[in-house]
Design a protein around this ligand. Sequence first.
Ligand SMILES: *[C@@H]1O[C@H](CO)[C@@H](O)[C@H](O)[C@H]1NC(C)=O
Ligand SMILES: *[C@@H]1O[C@H](CO)[C@@H](O)[C@H](O)[C@H]1NC(C)=O
Length: 503
Amino acid sequence: MASGKCMTLLISLALVGMLTVDRAASQNYGDALSKCILFFQGQRSGKLPSNQRMNWRKDSALRDGSDVGMDLVGGYYDAGDNVKFNFPMAFSTTMLAWSVIEFGQFMGPDLQNALDSIRWGTDYLLKATNFPGKVTAAIGDPNADHNCWERPEDMDTPRTSYVVNQTHPGSEVAAETAAALAAASLAFKSADNKYSIALLKRATQVFDFADKFRGNYKDSVGQGVCPFYCDYSGYVDELIWGAAWLFKVTNEQKYWDYIQNNIPQLPKQVIRLVGGSTHLQAGDSLAEFGWDAKFAGINVLVSGLVMNSTNSNPYVPQAGNFVCSLLPESPSKSATYTPGGLLFKRDGSNLQHATALSFLLLVYSQYLKKYNGAVRCGNVNAIPSRLEQIAKGQVDYILGKNPLGMSYMVGFGQKFPQRIHHRAASLPSIGEHPEHIKCKDGTPYFQTKNPNPNLLTGAIVGGPDANDQFPDDRTNAPQSEPTTYINAPFVGVLAYFKAFQKV
Ligand SMILES: *[C@@H]1O[C@H](CO)[C@@H](O)[C@H](O)[C@H]1NC(C)=O
Ligand SMILES: *[C@@H]1O[C@H](CO)[C@@H](O)[C@H](O)[C@H]1NC(C)=O
């Protein structure tokens, strides 16, 4: 009797132990997910709502758009500065929406927070496209902004609005905006059907404008967006990407025809900005995915719609080539990894590639599973769980399993970046220091070796170099600056591993 009771106690202790270990593991991804989404509140521009949780941030840029007779208040600052660049902002919104579409079911209470983060983007994008035949491309003179180290709440640099139109078009910014609105319409379909319908209606109008009035926004509003967010890869990828999203949402034949008719025009080479000058990079355009180049994203997204159908060419083979370019054991691997195991594309905000490509691997693994598929790389057969394993390796590296033993997400884990390149986070908050801090008066806060006073919780920085090193130096923007497009795809990835951490 006694021993029996003892046995039961032992078993239940063992069970408690297992549950604790288990919960600890899953809590980590869940905690990272909550923080990853919270970060977007720190990037908010405009009038902050009463339920704002990142409280050290306050209202800012409340007259945006007044120079062109539009209300353009709201949206996101793209990174550590105070410019609203619509092209990467729209891409980040698309990726937040795609995260919810694929993995929202695993987000639990954070699903609402994720939807709020999308809406903060789409409410602004609706304003940015409020007049037919016009799409806002950016707000805030980027050179004046970058010349100051100033809180967004204090900004006194010119808030110039850069808008493309029929005579001065910008197909990449317009088509990416259409993609964001279309993807968000799907994300909101069951949560807010009225909003979803409004988003889709606008997406179709904006896509038509992007297609009918073709041009590079560099030629129309270049001084407002270049060299920061020039679209080096051209706008054809954004047009196809926009059409692919509209096809996914509406299933209309005209969007399918559009994809098919335009896919041959997709460049085989990509142009990249490396160390301040542009280079033509041949061969691996299919393995690119980010705010500039949508290639791998198009193939993965469309593959999910046509896998096992007679329309699977060229999308499924090319999505396979993309996977094979990343797989360490693949004979056609072109990606490089740091000695510690991080996918390393190139210097300068490298983690944007690690998060976006991990997202694609994970999404593609789900599509493959649905069709009992796998990817063949020469003599190597990659099953879906192998793709997940690679994505998980990147997640774990970013969250702390790396040679420095540090997390690259602010506020996550014991050791994380303290001196991120971010104006708002590095200057004292309005609450602590209500007096205006002028443009150049912020310089000492930029230069100090002290940690930032404000925690931009959830911000993922540019990350370590090719040798897994990270100086945690505010003046090193390529490694220390967070951006919305590093975090956005990570939201979906973390939601998946929160639910299935034992891959
Ligand atoms: C079209 O956009 C260009 C560039 O932003 C601007 O200079 C021009 O005034 C605009 N034209 C109209 C009719 O709004
Ligand atoms: C899709 O095609 C693959 C390979 O031809 C096949 O093994 C699989 O069963 C198919 N899946 C579905 C759901 O039809």
